[in-house]
Write a protein that binds this ligand. Structure first.
Ligand code: KG4
Ligand code: ZN
Length: 341
């Protein structure tokens, strides 16, 4: 099989993402997104968090219709595809296996190359799904439900973690605080909405971790004790003050993120600054980044909402750069829940 015999022709990639609780498929042509279908699983809401077994089962049900929809929207047939890209990890093993197995089977049956993608690289490369995109090298604050990282992006294929969380991720901090407040899972978007009506009038303890690493567990404990003490005195405290508590929690998280991002920019001298991942959909984080960019003379890059959360378009964009570099994998590839960065 000579994959490069068609140099100069269009490169059409089908991308699959199934690392957590959303099943997604996208079609990318020469690096441009033709379709990006996401099926959001709602089965987890009543459990207050993602139930891995339920997630795998839902992926099995949704993967074929989601791929069909992505091909249809892109007006592309299976025979037009030049490669299949998939998320190899990190993520929930059962969820990953569904996407990996599907991608391997399809690539084998069509006799086209297979491209593995690292989920966190893809969140960063989501910035290349749109224009204008950051100039290399740039810094990316990737904030999701499972990760919080400051990444120095040297090239599309070479990235370096400058700092990361030592415990909870930023999205997890939103979700856990939301759970204490009785908000549904995932609490991040709900807190964002409520916070817009509130004032950040409560202060919580900040992380004392030095350098570019993060820690959110102290904040979580501080919120827990604060709520416990207030509720003892006034059982209606959460109901009455909900929007203000949300605004205060959100502000604490954003200050912690921005302090480290500013430090990273200072240390590296880089002024091309991006955010990525589910939490980059947060309206206050987006505004704060824009304001800081003006103050610090940065150029800020904020993804469109569809590219913040988990989506296959970002996997396809990452896959496109790997295709150009000839980075393909064999059929013996396996899903890796803890895939190294
Ligand atoms: O990147 P993502 O979709 O999935 C992971 O790879 O984890 O991120 C999901 C996380 C959840 O913790 C969710 O609460 C958070 O992103 N999130 C938000 C917002 N939208 C999603 N957090 C704060 N504000 C938002 N608007
Ligand atoms: Zn993600």
């Amino acid at each position: 099989m000579d994959y490069f015999s068609d140099v100069g022709k269009d490169i059409i990639i089908l991308a699959i993402e199934s690392s957590c609780d959303d099943t997604s498929a996208a079609v990318i042509k020469n690096g441009e997104v033709l379709s990006n279908i996401v099926s959001v699983q709602t089965a987890h809401q009543e459990y207050g968090g993602v139930v891995p077994e339920l997630a795998s089962r839902e992926h099995q049900v949704h993967i074929v219709p989601v791929v069909d929809a992505a091909l249809k929207k892109a007006e592309v047939s299976l025979e037009d595809l030049n490669a299949v890209a998939f998320t190899r990890g990190p993520g929930l093993l059962g969820s990953l296996i569904v996407g990996v197995t599907f991608a391997k089977s399809l690539a084998l049956s069509l006799d086209i190359p297979l491209i593995e993608v690292h989920h966190m690289h893809a969140h960063v490369l989501a910035h290349y799904a749109e224009s204008p995109h950051p100039q290399l090298p740039f810094l990316c604050l990737t904030v999701s439900g499972g990760h919080t990282q400051i990444v120095k992006v040297h090239s599309h294929l070479h990235m370096e973690i400058l700092g990361q969380t030592l415990d909870d991720a930023a999205g997890e901090a939103f979700d856990k605080a939301g759970k204490m407040l009785g908000l549904p899972y995932p609490a991040g978007p709900v807190m964002d909405k409520k916070a817009q009506e509130g004032e950040a009038k409560f202060a919580f303890s900040k992380s004392k971790v030095k350098g570019l690493d993060f820690s959110f567990s102290g904040l979580k404990t501080s919120i827990l004790y604060f709520l416990r003490d207030q509720m003892k005195e006034d059982p209606e405290f959460i109901n009455r003050e909900l929007v203000h508590i949300c605004a205060s929690v959100q502000k604490s998280i954003i200050v912690m993120l921005m302090d480290k991002l500013k430090l990273a920019a200072e240390q590296t001298g880089i002024t091309e600054i991006a955010i990525a991942g589910g939490v980059s959909a947060n309206s206050a984080l987006r505004t704060t980044l824009e304001q800081t960019a003006v103050e610090k003379s940065w150029t800020a890059y904020i993804p469109a909402f569809q590219y913040c959360r988990d989506n296959a378009a970002m996997i396809g964009v990452a896959g496109y750069y790997k295709y150009l570099a000839g980075e393909f994998v064999d059929q013996d590839i396996t899903a890796e829940a803890r895939l190294a960065f």
